[in-house]
Design a protein around this ligand. Structure first.
Ligand SMILES: [Cu+2]
Length: 113
């Protein structure tokens, strides 16, 4: 009988642990959209948080790239979307490797807790 009671109390404690572990949500990860149109990245300065995804969509009729210090889309064909996740905070300048006048930035702030 004594063993039975101990088992019950252990289960109860474990149940409490489980309950307290629930409710810690994942950090919110947003998807940000950059439009490539008329040889311009829009917006020119995008605000994001570390861990967010950035999606470039090429709405021009020629290929472009989104090329930064730590990522490179390679050619994004017309009508195609390319996505990257940026995990480090900072201001990231990127360009299109085909068209040097096409430059823009993403400002990545630290992740929200
Ligand atoms: Cu381009």
């Amino acid at each position: 009988m004594k063993t039975f009671l101990m088992t019950l109390s252990v289960c109860f404690a474990a149940g409490n642990l489980f309950t307290s572990a629930v409710g810690h949500g994942k950090p919110n990860r947003e998807i940000h959209h950059v439009r490539i149109k008329n040889m311009v990245f829009e917006p020119a300065l995008l605000q994001a948080k570390a861990g967010d995804m950035i999606q470039w969509t090429n709405e021009d009729i020629v290929p472009h790239t989104a090329t930064g210090p730590n990522f490179d889309s390679g050619p994004i064909a017309p009508g195609v979307t390319w996505t990257v996740t940026l995990n480090e905070a900072g201001i990231i300048a990127y360009k299109c490797s085909y068209h040097p006048t096409m430059v823009a930035r993403v400002q990545v702030s630290p992740p929200s807790k």
